[in-house]
Design a protein around this ligand. Structure first.
Ligand code: SF4
Length: 348
């Protein structure tokens, strides 16, 4: 079913809807004012708490501006047990300023923060130093080698994001995953993308985890209005790069993305380029970050991983961020053409 995309210019107080019928919703969401959308968010959380034996409530905060809204809205629920907290997955390959933004925001709101780290580092994966622990290759073969393209995304998502969350769940529940659950409150929304429109659900139980997306029905305009109404902080990384930057596996990087990162966050780019050099010195074939290996294709909507919304595959005709920055007066015409030249495809 077709759907419209919401208008950011909607007047505050007016009702709005994502339009259409998201596949995992019982019925098309009605138009709601922001207050009604907030009330619905609390109903969703209440339903999750009623239906499942929740022993820990954790709000996932990537550092993207949507995750700030989510964390702000669910603050009253994060004081029922010692495990309740804002949770940030520090993937080890991201922009430090985003991590600091999450730390500062949680501290500013007086909320406990759990920073989770993956067992296997991104560098070890790229350099082929992570040996399979289970399966037919256990103890014999690497699970991955080289910088990932789309085909490597699943490995990266599982190792960098999912594994720390699953380990966190296991540490809380032990073997009692049937009788006790961890509630992960996340900021997925139907209005984010076509993929989210198809896949996101209000409540989605999965083993010992109950995934809950209280703001799933919020439109882009309502997110805007919420941020304005409550004067929420913004992550400058998200504003400058249009992504939260907490996870830079590069599987879905668009051409020139590393140069864009370098323009604002040179330390992060330097760290990635150093890893490129290490990979090249070891003779690893895919030794360039964000470069799709030859023959790899990006299937529309192929991004897997429920927490990967900030890394959609580049869409045909996607406008370059440099143009946006130039229009916003952040860089001069001269800097624009210099940056554009720097991001022209490099010789292999
Ligand atoms: S695609 Fe994006 S969010 Fe997903 S693992 Fe890679 S960098 Fe992280």
């Amino acid at each position: 079913m077709g759907r419209r995309s919401t208008d950011l210019g909607m007047l505050p107080g007016m009702p709005d809807t994502v339009g259409g019928h998201p596949e995992k919703a019982d019925a098309p969401p009605p138009a709601r004012t922001l207050d009604e959308a907030i009330a619905r968010a609390h109903e969703i959380i209440g339903e999750a708490l009623d239906r499942f034996p929740i022993v820990a409530r954790q709000a996932l905060m990537s550092g993207g501006n949507d995750s700030t809204v989510l964390a702000h809205l669910v603050r009253p629920y994060l004081d029922s047990s010692e495990h309740d907290a804002i949770v940030h997955v520090n993937t080890g390959i991201g922009i430090e300023q985003t991590r600091q933004y999450v730390r500062d925001t949680a501290a500013g709101w007086g909320l406990p923060l759990r920073e989770l780290h993956p067992r296997d580092s991104y560098d070890a994966l790229v350099l082929g130093r992570v040996i399979a622990r289970t399966g037919p290759n256990a103890g014999r073969r690497q699970v991955w080698m080289g910088f990932p393209g789309p085909a490597g995304h699943r490995v990266m998502y599982r190792r960098l994001k999912d594994e720390p969350l699953q380990r966190n769940r296991a540490a809380i529940l032990g073997s009692a995953g049937r009788s006790r659950k961890v509630l992960y409150l996340a900021g997925m929304r139907w209005d984010e993308s076509q993929r989210r429109f198809r896949n996101a659900a209000e409540i989605d139980p999965q083993g010992g985890i109950v995934w809950c997306s209280p703001i799933v029905h919020f439109t882009n305009a309502q997110m805007h209005e919420y941020r304005r109404r409550y004067g929420l902080p913004c992550n400058e990384v998200a504003d400058l790069l249009h992504m939260s930057g907490e996870c830079l596996c590069g599987a879905y990087a668009k051409p020139g993305e590393l140069d864009e990162i370098e323009a604002w966050y040179p330390n992060t780019a330097y760290r990635i380029r150093s890893l490129e050099k290490q990979a090249a010195d070891l003779g690893i074939k895919n030794c360039r970050w964000g470069q799709k290996p030859a023959g790899a294709t990006i299937k529309p909507g192929s991004v897997a991983g429920r927490l990967c919304s900030s890394c959609p595959a580049p869409t045909p005709g996607q406008t370059d961020l440099f143009d946006t920055w130039a229009k916003q007066g952040l860089i001069t015409a001269e800097q624009t053409s210099k940056l554009a030249g720097a991001t022209a495809p490099r010789a292999a």
